[in-house]
Design a binder for this molecule. Structure first.
Ligand code: N01
Length: 897
């Protein structure tokens, strides 16, 4: 049966001035229309309340000249009904606002949606009634509404923000706001026009207004990055992809990062030379697709300031090439934010417009607006006489439409505006604790504006309606997020905000465009696909984080946090789970080594350092290979003797190469990664004795290696950290060399397997209990296991070098690492601990994969520098904070930490 043929039950009749329905929806844009259709199809009675006089939402209000979508229209469409998809053909790559509005009208007609929409109706108040367990909505026209469920489909960019400039009312000419454009044509011919604001709305309208106006003055406070749309017919390649496998294409979009089916890039910027990077950039520039240029150049473009700066400079080069006047080009070139951290724009002739003789750019950074007067705009340098002012000054985004449009009062009389006074708190961006039966579509805390909105809207609507159906079947009538779940989501949001550069710009994403608004990254930065999988997981784990009640059923509350892992750790573990790999210990030593080598080939290459030298040194029983990493700075440098991980069985200099490079760059120290002998070919104490021998040799030859003499430092990960810890004990007992400090990352310290972390984290986090048993069996017979050369926790700990001990929450080795740090401290050794929340055993060595490990590695580097008596190092590009960009840090997410 076609979706269009579904007979929809009419909303309940009005009685006594109140309309009773199962569900009230606010808004009749993309989200509201699909909600209405889906809810009716599921048998719920529904009313949609819409302030405008027709459907369209944002596309109803934003009808300024040049308004178009900036996601290719074949992607910016509903996908819930294949017949609808077949019934509509877009005429352009980026449809105009009138065409999108026609599409939404077509959808409304096709499913007969208008009969359940009350147009011209604004919700004035929304109050949760504890007695009836229903929401009561009062409106500015017609009956109030009593509903079981109340769903805000109000859009993220629908509350225009005031221009915040004195004197707007004094102006005698015409005034327009892009976000509230009149329905009748606005004529600019023969007029002196000003546009204030250069976001997407300004950048789309400026070229068209310039073609008509006698003179156009653009008042720009912050330049924005704009890219040519190259609009035209729908590109053949994308259309063919869609036509060949429509369902597959849509499904790929649903699981992608931004809601458009592009693959994830794995090549990092430093693996490409200038010419290769330029070629990729030129191709992206020619394609004219925002998601493409934001995601397909190189893997680090959206996550690392250095990788990002390369793109930003290539765009500035384009601006300089297009705009003839160098001063104007300079003023149009953004320098205050990473590319993509502020929403970039798609344009048609934007930069070239400034070559027209009738266009003037006023740089408000050099001459701020003092006031708007009766005749025009006055800056602190000059006055502009004007006939028309167009405000393209943006929106109180994400939260504005929800809290400014009407007071929403939840449990115990609490208003949403006061609950959100310090920033929006939500669970999944869908619900708010204390506000039962209230849902938001694409609310703050969901991918929303960082994604193709139609994909995100459909996901939210499907999730919400499916929940309502499931509740109805189970007899539940209320649903409410728990405080625990909501706090956990805030933490997860804060963790995710470290994956991208959005935190580094003053934008409407962070609330910085509205004076006094709480600052924090409001949309979910973890990606559309991962977010979808989290929402699904909430359901599969018994509605985790929700309280459900019903009149005739026992209440249910499966409380907890849905994501306790760091977001990138979750992705890595899910990816490994999807690969359905056999347990490593079943592969045999050779097979496991081969597997690890192959697996490592897929990761980003380590970053460049000054020099890398492969050589050999004498071990305890023959030559050992080593790899030396030298910083690019002039030496001599302190030397860190480094031991790779791999359970004394696996790993080599290559396996820990990115980690060594990273620490070499951060510390400014030489790292010498030792190829010690492995089990089962060489069992205990071969690795331990090699570690000691290598350290002694390096200590004796430090100057020849270009290092500082008199001391070395040691470090290692996992079994390598075991060797580092053992080496410190052996050098203390055997007369040197002097070790200035030890870095132990997830160390093996003891042969007992009964600490809680061995059970809690024994099976699901890559390093399993079974794998550890196998490592132990291959390396060390039971009779030797209490020897401090393999269980350093059982050794004498006094007089050891200062230590920095890193443990990860989801690591079987967590508790023995903590036990070692505690025991060192008890023995009088200066110890610092980093207990890394949400991380797993491999987090810190998966450099440029687990990006949330960057701050931990920065702390390790600082510790090593302190041990060596060196001053604090400048921040690396992956730990840049807001202050480096001159903006304030996000506050409400940080508060959740
Ligand atoms: O709003 P904006 P927008 N004095 O906030 C300036 C979507 N959209 O309506 O950056 C002087 O981006 C402000 O300056 P600054 C899209 O997601 C999509 O343009 O704060 N200037 C900025 O330049 C977009 O990102 C499409 O320093 C003032 C501008 O006004 C979002 O909507 C089309 C000022 C506002 O830019 C918002 O875009 C249009 C003041 N007092 C919009 N106050 C599509 O293509 C503000 N500004 C789909």
């Amino acid at each position: 049966m076609s979706d269009a043929m579904v007979a929809a039950p009419a909303s309940d009749a009005q009685s006594g001035g109140t309309q009773r329905v199962d569900v009230a929806v606010v808004g009749a844009g993309f989200a509201g229309l699909y909600l209405l259709h889906h809810l009716r199809k599921a048998g719920f009675t529904v009313v949609a309340l819409e302030e405008g006089n027709d459907v369209g939402g944002t596309w109803h209000w934003n009808r300024y000249p040049g308004a178009r979508c900036d996601i290719q229209t074949i992607d910016y469409s509903y996908s819930f009904d294949p017949e609808l998809e077949r019934a509509w053909t877009w005429s352009e790559k980026y449809a105009t606002q009138p065409e999108i509005l026609r599409y939404l009208g077509f959808v409304a007609d096709r499913y007969e949606l208008r009969r359940d929409i009350r147009f011209g109706t604004k919700v004035k108040t929304a109050t949760w009634d504890e007695a009836t367990l229903r929401w009561v909505l009062t409106t500015d026209s017609g009956a109030s509404v009593s509903c079981r469920y109340y769903i805000m489909a109000t859009g993220c960019l629908s509350a225009p923000k005031p221009p915040e400039i004195d004197g707007v009312k004094e102006f005698k000419g015409e005034v327009y706001f892009t976000g509230r454009w009149p329905h009748q044509e606005v004529k600019f011919a023969g007029k002196r026009v000003a546009v204030i604001g250069t976001g997407s709305s300004g950048i789309q309208s400026i070229p068209l207004i310039a073609e008509q106006a006698v003179h156009l003055t653009v008042f720009q406070r912050t330049p924005n990055f704009a890219l040519p749309a190259h609009n035209g017919p729908v590109p053949a390649d994308r259309k063919t992809l869609l036509d060949n496998d429509r369902a597959g294409y849509r499904e790929q979009a649903r699981w992608s990062l931004a809601g458009v089916p592009y693959p994830q890039q794995t090549t990092v910027s430093w693996q490409l030379n200038d010419a290769e990077r330029r070629e990729r950039f030129e191709q992206a520039w020619a394609i004219g697709d925002l998601v493409y240029i934001l995601s397909q150049l190189w893997a680090d473009q959206g996550s690392d300031v250095d990788g990002n700066a390369l793109v930003a400079e290539l765009i500035r080069e384009k601006i300089r090439a297009i705009v003839k006047d160098p001063d104007t080009a300079a003023a149009l070139s953004p320098h205050d934010h990473p590319f993509g951290a502020k929403r970039p724009c798609l344009d048609t002739n934007y930069y070239a417009t400034y070559n027209r003789p009738n266009v003037t750019l006023v740089n408000l950074r050099q001459e701020p607006i003092k006031a708007i007067t009766a005749s025009g705009v006055t800056t602190d340098k000059r006055s502009f006489d004007l006939d028309v002012i167009v405000f393209a000054t943006g929106f109180d985004a994400m939260t504005g439409a929800m809290i400014a449009v009407h007071p929403i009062t939840g449990r115990a009389g609490k208003a949403l505006s006061s609950v959100w006074a310090d920033g929006p708190q939500t669970y999944l961006g869908l619900t708010v604790a204390g506000f039962p039966n209230l849902f938001m579509i694409t609310g703050p805390g969901s991918p929303s504006v960082l994604s193709n909105m139609t994909v995100s809207i459909e996901q939210h609507v499907d999730w919400v309606v499916d929940r309502l159906i499931a509740m109805r079947e189970a007899g539940f009538t209320t649903i409410e997020a728990t405080e625990t779940a909501q706090a956990g989501w805030a933490r997860h949001m804060a963790d995710c905000s470290m994956l991208t550069l959005h935190r580094l710009a003053n934008t409407w994403y962070t609330g910085a465009n509205v004076p006094g608004k709480a600052l924090g990254v409001m949309p979910y930065t973890g990606g559309v696909g991962p977010y979808r999988s989290i929402c699904n997981e909430v359901v599969s784990r018994g509605m985790l984080g929700f309280k459900l009640t019903g009149p005739n059923v026992a209440g249910q509350c499966n409380d907890g946090e849905i994501v306790r892992l760091q977001p990138d750790v979750r992705l890595v573990l899910n990816m490994m789970a999807d690969m359905k790999l056999p347990p490593i210990e079943t592969l045999g030593a050779q097979g496991a080594r081969y597997f690890i080598n192959e697996f490592n080939k897929a990761r980003p290459a380590g970053r460049p350092v000054g020099e890398v030298v492969d050589s050999t040194l004498p071990g305890n029983d023959g030559l050992l290979p080593y790899r030396l990493y030298r910083p690019a700075t002039p030496g001599p440098h302190p030397i860190v003797v480094y031991f790779h991980g791999g359970g004394w069985v696996l790993g080599d200099q290559q396996s820990d190469d990115p980690f060594c490079r990273d620490l070499c760059r951060r510390t400014g120290m030489i790292f010498v990664s030792i190829g010690y002998r492995h089990a089962p070919e060489h069992r205990f104490p071969a690795a331990a004795e090699d570690g000691y021998a290598a350290t002694r040799w390096i200590g004796e030859h430090a100057a020849e290696l270009g290092g500082m003499s008199g001391y070395v430092l040691v470090g290692g990960w996992s079994a390598g950290a075991n060797l580092a810890a053992v080496t410190c004990q052996l050098t203390r007992d055997r007369g040197g060399p002097h070790i200035a400090g030890q870095l132990l990352v997830c160390p093996v310290t003891d042969c007992a397997f009964d600490r809680p972390s061995y059970n809690d984290n024994g099976t699901a986090y890559f390093l399993t209990r079974g794998l550890m048993y196998w490592f132990w069996d291959l390396y060390c017979s039971p009779a030797d296991r209490t020897d401090p050369r393999v269980s350093p926790l059982r050794g004498k700990l006094g007089g050891l070098p200062p230590a920095f001990v890193v443990t990860c929450e989801f690591d079987p080795l967590r508790d023995e690492g903590i036990a070692y740090a505690d025991a060192l401290a008890k023995a009088g050794v200066p110890v610092e601990q980093l207990q890394a929340r949400g991380h797993f055993h491999s987090s810190f060595t998966m450099v440029d994969v687990v990006r949330t490990g960057a701050s931990g590695r920065a702390k390790m580097a600082e510790a090593l520098r302190r041990f060596a008596g060196m001053p604090k190092q400048a921040e690396q590009s992956d730990e840049v904070t807001h202050r480096d960009w001159g903006v304030s840090p996000p506050q409400f997410n940080a508060a959740a930490k």
